[in-house]
Ligand binder design. Structure first.
Ligand SMILES: [Zn+2]
Length: 260
């Protein structure tokens, strides 16, 4: 969504399930920025790996469904996210491709949650966005995984951060804001449901939703104690969604200009 990122000599390249993946250096830098905590570089490294896994799984969702529809995709990870190349199929196939990214992301949340639940390491009443750990359940684990009564700090950092990051990025992505996944689904749907006014409805929905998230980001930065606060990430979300709402507004101006 920040445009395409040209290959560099420092790109990490590999194949996953036959799909070529390219990781631009800006991915590691922007992830480290988000994960930063100057006194604990080990935690930063763990969080960066969690971001890598989360974004890769999300993009693999798009890529696998794209390939199923007969087109060979490529995944590029860049500025705090990525994209999987695709092509225009049909309304419902395109909706399936867009939905598959967040779908894979929520599946990953489930796959992290299930062992936590089976091993009884989450305290009853704690939520996935702010998990509280049951250290007593970890007491008999091997030393390498759990240390005494405080648990292995890095394992818990990975679980805690993965829940938060996967839930937030996939929830953000299903909002009907162009060009996020939810925005693509909204556009496909409205163009199908209302061929003449579909684009206009989609863009207006995008402006209102993007504007509301931008306002909430700014508000929750000022009042970090409210529920669903973005805390210090409020600025980032506010700027990003404000910018996306503006792009939709510009697009709407252009399309209504063509009409008249
Ligand atoms: Zn996506």
């Amino acid at each position: 969504m920040f445009g395409s990122f040209a290959p560099t000599p420092y790109d990490l390249r590999f194949q996953l399930l036959g799909i070529p993946v390219r990781v631009h250096p800006i991915f590691w830098l922007s992830s480290a920025y988000l994960a930063w905590e100057s006194e604990h570089l080990d935690r930063v490294a763990v969080r960066v790996l969690c971001i890598f896994l989360a974004v890769l799984v999300h993009e693999m969702g798009h890529a696998l469904v794209t390939r199923r529809f007969g087109w060979q995709p490529e995944i590029v990870l860049h500025m705090l996210g990525g994209y999987a190349t695709s092509m225009r199929h049909s309304t419902w196939k395109d909706i399936a491709v867009s939905a598959a990214g967040p779908g894979a992301g929520f599946l990953l949340v489930l796959m992290i949650w299930l062992p936590c639940e089976l091993l009884d390491i989450l305290l009853p009443g704690s939520t996935l966005l702010s998990p509280r750990f049951n250290f007593a359940a970890m007491q008999n684990w091997p030393e390498a995984i759990a240390a005494g009564t405080t648990g292995n700090e890095l394992v818990l950092t990975a679980i805690d951060f993965s829940f938060w990051f996967n839930i937030i990025i996939n929830l953000i992505n299903i909002l009907p804001v162009v060009p996020l996944d939810g925005g693509q689904i909204s556009r496909e749907y409205w163009l199908w449901a209302k061929p003449r006014r579909g684009m206009e409805i989609c863009l207006k929905l995008s402006i209102v939703t993007g504007g509301a998230v931008a306002a909430w980001g700014a508000y929750s930065m000022k009042f970090p104690d409210v529920a669903w606060s973005f805390g210090r990430n409020g600025l980032f979300l506010g700027v990003m969604f404000g910018y996306l709402a503006y792009l939709s507004y510009e697009e709407l101006q252009k399309s209504s200009g063509r009409q008249w």
